[in-house]
Design a protein around this ligand. Structure first.
Ligand SMILES: Nc1ncnc2c1ncn2[C@@H]1O[C@H](COP(=O)(O)OP(=O)(O)OP(=O)(O)O)[C@@H](O)[C@H]1O
Ligand SMILES: [Mg+2]
Length: 228
């Protein structure tokens, strides 16, 4: 099935988003979740490296915008300004939705998203440098997930899981735990205010247990019988 396929399947795919603070275990879960689902349903992992499309023009545009957003450039984030980054990230997520997520879902493919716009949204709000109205206006028109899984982890525990910290992960205070606590508050409020979101307390769960809880949720919406 391709992103250009114009056949409409009987049922569209489901959009599953995994979120949480930096180091919460998102990529670990997404990887194993997709492995488990792949035997039973059509599934695609979407993350910040998702720049492939069958149409070369679409692929070129995905690569170009991705490069702007994700190429590290030695201090430039501060120079370009906060609104530049808000809109550049908005451009990336809207393009990804239009060219990868929407066509995939329409083709009946279930999509699991790592590094979704929700963490970016929460970061901008936690930074407190731009008004919430401006921040929300960029992200609120993106499609809500059929299921959002918030991996809720104590920032102090996330801190112990990491050896390196980028400025983006520590915020402007440079304090990982303080900054991630603010990001976590935003993600929790999002989760509490929207149907379809589920908070999973992962502090005391190993990776296999997190997968089990997530699969239980995902099976319900992807019409998969137990035992996956
Ligand atoms: N349930 C778990 N228990 C203990 N350690 C875990 C668990 N899940 C993941 N980890 C470990 O924690 C670290 C961070 O995990 P991972 O990269 O999946 O987090 P992430 O949320 O994707 O982080 P980032 O926001 O930086 O992308 C890794 O070393 C991973 O092996
Ligand atoms: Mg990750």
């Amino acid at each position: 099935m391709t992103t250009n396929d114009r056949c409409t399947p009987a049922s569209p795919g489901k959009l599953i988003v995994v979120d949480g603070i930096d180091g919460a275990g998102k990529s670990t879960l997404v990887r194993t979740l997709v492995e488990q689902l792949a035997d039973r349903v059509p599934v695609l992992l979407v993350d910040k490296k998702s720049v492939d499309a069958l149409d070369p023009v679409v692929a070129a545009r995905l690569r170009a915008v991705n490069k702007i957003v994700y190429t590290p450039d030695n201090g430039a984030p501060t120079r370009w300004g906060d609104f530049h980054w808000l809109y550049a990230l908005g451009a990336w997520y809207h393009l990804l939705e239009e060219c990868v997520i929407k066509p995939g879902l329409a083709a009946g493919i279930n999509i699991v998203v790592d590094n979704s716009h929700f963490k970016i949204w929460a970061r901008f709000r936690a930074d407190g440098l731009l008004g919430n109205v401006a921040i929300d206006s960029v992200f609120e028109t993106l499609q809500p997930p059929d299921t959002g899984l918030l991996l809720d982890l104590e920032p102090a525990v996330a801190h112990t899981r990491r050896t390196r910290f980028t400025p983006l992960e520590s915020g402007f205070t440079g304090k990982f735990v303080d900054y991630q606590s603010a990001v976590r508050r935003e993600l929790r409020s999002l989760c509490g205010a929207n149907d379809g979101w589920h908070r999973i307390e992962v502090d005391n769960l190993d990776s296999a247990s997190v997968l089990e809880v997530a699969l239980e949720r995902v099976r319900r919406i992807c019409s998969i019988a137990g035992g996956a």
